[in-house]
Structures are given as structure tokens and as C-alpha cells.
Ligand binder design. Sequence first.
Ligand code: RUQ
Ligand code: CUA
Length: 612
Amino acid sequence: VGTGALALVLVALMAFASACTPRQPESRRAAGVATSDIALAAQKVYVPPGDLDPYYMFASGGHSGNVYVYGVPSMRHISTIPVFSPYPATGYGFDDDSKRMLGGLNWGDVHHPALSETKGEYDGRWLFVNEMNGRIARIDLRDFKTKQILGPVPNLHGNHASSFVTPNTEYAMMASRFSRPVPQRPVGVDKYATEYKGIIAGVKIDPARGEMSLAWQILMPPFDYDLGDAGKLVSDGWMFFTSYNTERATGKLEVTASQRDRDYIAMVDWRAAEKAVAEGRADTIDGVKVIDPNKVAGIVYLIPCGKSPHGVDVSPDGKYIVASGKLQGVTTVFNFEKLQTAIRNNDFTGDEDAIPVLKYESVKDAEVPVGLGPLHTQFGTDGWAYTSLFVDSAIAKWKLGTWEVVDKVPMSYSIGHLTAAEGDTVSPDGNWLVGLNKLSHGRHLSVGPSQPESSQLVDITEEKMKLLYDAFTEPEPHYAQIVKADKIKPIEVYPKEENKHPLAIWDVKDAGVTRQGKKVTVKMIAVRSTLTPTDFTVNEGDEVTVAITNIEQTTDELHGFGLLDYNINLVIDPGETKTVTFTARKKGVYAYYCTNFCSALHQEMQGYFIVQ
Ligand code: RUQ
Ligand code: CUA
């Protein structure tokens, strides 16, 4: 670049800066926030029209059953991926396939998205998400669609400590928050301590197709298993799960389950579990291979941990396991090497239902005084760790190894999880951190008694953390993961050659109605701007299958099929075929029409369904 050009650029930049000097709200001015700080923050998060965010953030949608996709740092909501709940906007839960996948359940409670990994790095292939009704789902990141829902799985109740994946996506994890009798049967809570069981499960993932299958379960004491994480590098081969209510209490848990000073982290040798099952040492309960620690040793150990722990997080190098007792002012760091030595030396203090309990003093490295109510820890570069503090409503920054707490930034309000860019990989990016807050009151235009959740963007590139941006994310952001955008390679259309649907058609002359007894099949084509056939007639009581192929091969040329009075709404992407099967239960004339605005003649894209 010549000096003349450089000068021009500089002039342009200065003009831009002065034109964009933000006006300060009175409150900011009163608080003495310098205009230049605001301008600086704005420039860091601002993604100009036409530019793209360098990161995707995949956030849990809690009991909406969805996953929400945001851009980072703009924090703009880009897309909603329905997973466990019907979502008319994309026709999810209305066509035959997605309806079958939902299995009659209308909701799910999504907590922890987990991107697939290769060698401990996000590989951009799949996103797994857990759900409390004992389920786990796989989203394909080629098309951002839910492809499989596994479960509700037997024996395991309340799948919260899920869906964390191992470094080569060998497994996703599941664990029971709620213990119950295994096998399932009615037993009174007075027998809770002995008759109720917890379950930890390994979900095997096919390396080529991502297909999930339930591989094994481990019968655990009736604790509430809460969060999990996979070992990596030196600790590869292990899974870690926090638990509370090791009191085995029932009733008012806020009192009864907070008696003991320590609860446990369960550490599972998943290769040993795999081996035990292969050697036939598991029992079959309700069709699942279940390992009983009373009969098989060496699979699982218990690490005593600060009272009522919540999160457990393995450091990028795999050496440290960080778990926070949520009623404490410290987070505890365990050393994987010490854990291995203790196991080798049988350095146990006792057992719980035949599971050895390690000695706290032998395996702990540090108690880091991060602040009150520590929940979750994420990592940056150079051994930096960031712990969310629910009670203090802040994030603490501290260093692995020196255990020094160097900075705190307040969150508005009551932070739960937090997520760092590439934060669960072996090499976090160390630039962005998002606090996923439970409350937001007062930081937005009022919308009545139910206020939005909030997520706050924090710059962690410098010594001091800087809060740059407030976003109001869809409920309920439990956990999220942030991945480099260039790792995700979405397709533009479903290529015609790949559509193997038996009812797909590509020429309007193949469209029409065929009948076999009371079964009627309608092959339909959707293309700008006609749904062919434009009308069809069936008899009352017929079982009707409408199979619609959108023969467009242009990206985003969606067509819908809304059938009035029949509770049917499909959306068919370019190159896709979808079916819906229903009974023609009411005589009369019903309109169907395209629900996605697709062309200038979109309003003309309509037809009639006649039941005689
Ligand atoms: S939880 S606020 Cu469902 Cu992951 Cu910690
Ligand atoms: Cu097709 Cu509107």
C-alpha cells in the first residue's frame, strides 16, 4: 500500500470514528464511563453489514427443546434448530420422520451442547445435545438439522450430566440426576438409600455416520449425578461426573442433601467399561448391558470434593480436573497424575456400594479462592482459567499451577455456565468468553413479569477482563459452545443425486394420486410457484400420505405445505422430500398453500384437498 492510499484509509477511518461516536445514556455518563471506552467496545463487537462473525455459538435452549445459533462477537441470533419440540417455522415435528423421532413427546429440556471432536479439537461435524427425559440427540452440521434422537433410554432417569463427548467422539455421556429403582418398579422413597440406583451410561458414536447407540451403563449409588467432562490427552480414557446428595436423602433436599462436607466426583475408566462388557461381565437389565461395581472392580472410583459440587471441567492439557462446591468460596483442583498414583496404591478411605473412595489429601492439588458459589470453569491460553460465580454474580480469572486469582468481572446477573471460544478443546482460543446468565432484570426494555435471559460477552485478550456487550438470548441458555466458523461447512441445497427417498419425483408429470384400498399416496412437487397437483380428492376415512419433493436446486428456496384444519405444516428445503400421513377424518374442502414466502407469486401457490 502506497503512502497516499494509507493516508486515505486513515482519513476514512477518522471520519468513520467521528460519525459513529455513540451517544451516552445518562446513566453511563453519570458513572463516568469514557466515550472512548464505549467506542472501543463497539468496534470490537461490531460486525458490519455484509461481514460475517468469526465464530458460531451453539446454545442450549433449555426447556424450549431447541438449540439456538448465535454469531460471536456480534451475539446476533442466526438460527433456531428444533430438537426435542415441534417447531412450525421449519415444519419440524409435523412430517412423518421428525414426528417419529420425537416419539410423542412435545418437549425436552436441553442443557449441554457438545460439538464432535477429533484429537480433542472441534471437527465441525456434529452437535450432540442432552435432554432430561433420558434422551440425547445428534444434529448434523452439514444442514443444521436434527438427525437422531436416542432414548428415552431404560434405567436412567433425568439425563442432566450429558452430552459431553470424548476427544475422538468415541462416546457421548449420560448420567441420572434422579435415582430410581433399577429395573424400574414401584418402591417407596423410604427405601431410597438401598433400592434406588443412579446410572452412568456410555453412548457409542459411529465414527463415520455419527449414529448413536447405548453401549453400557454402570449401576451407581443413589446420588444425583450433575455435570460431566471427558479426560483429554494425559487423562484420555476417563470420564468425570460430579454428584450431590451423597447423603442419599429424600424430601426437602435443600436441607437434607447439604449435610455432608464432601460429595463426590465419579471417575470412570470407559475403556475398562467397554472391556468388561465385551468379556460378558455385565448384566442385562431392561435390554441394556449394566455393569455392577459389586461384581466388576476397576471401572469407577469416587473422588471426595467440596460440598454439593456442580461443574467439573478438565483443563486443556488434561492434567487438572476442576470441580466447584457450589456452597463454597473455593474451587478445587485435582491432579490427574495423583489420581492415577492413588488408584495404583489403593490409597482409599473406604467405599460406597463397592466403589472405592480416594483420599482427598492425596489427590487434591489446590483449593482456589475464586469467590462465592463457583459453578463452572472454562479455559483460555497459557493456563488461564475462568470460573463462574453464581452467588457473587461474577467471573473470576485465575491461573492453573500458581492458583493465583488475578481478576474478577461482574455479571448481570447470576451467571450459570460460561463458555470460551474453542473452550472445551485441547487448544482454547483465549479471546472471547460468554457469561450465560440466569437473570437480566433492568438491562433491557421491559417486557412484563417474565424477563429475558441474558448472555454477556467478555473480552479476555488482555490482563483485565472487559465486559463488552449484553445480549438477550432465548431461554434457557444453560451451556453453549463456541467454534471457529471456518470449521463448519454447511451445504447449500440437498443435491438431487443424493435424494434416495422412495417417493421423490422430479417431473410434474409424475405428480398425482395412487390408491391401494384405503391407502392413498399423493406425490407432489413444489417449485416456484405451484404445488402440483393443485387439487386432489380422497374418501372420508382414507389414510393419506402426501409426499412432497421440493425440486429447487437454489439455496434457501424453501416451500411450505400448510393444510388448514388438519394441523399440518411441512417445510421442504431445496432438493428434499418430506411426507406426512394422516386420516381424512372430515368431509369437505380444505385449502393447502405454501407457507414460506418464496417468490413474487408465492400467494398463488395454493390448492384444494377434497374429502368426499
Ligand atoms: S447446569 S448452571 Cu444444567 Cu449445566 Cu450448570
Ligand atoms: Cu413456495 Cu411460497
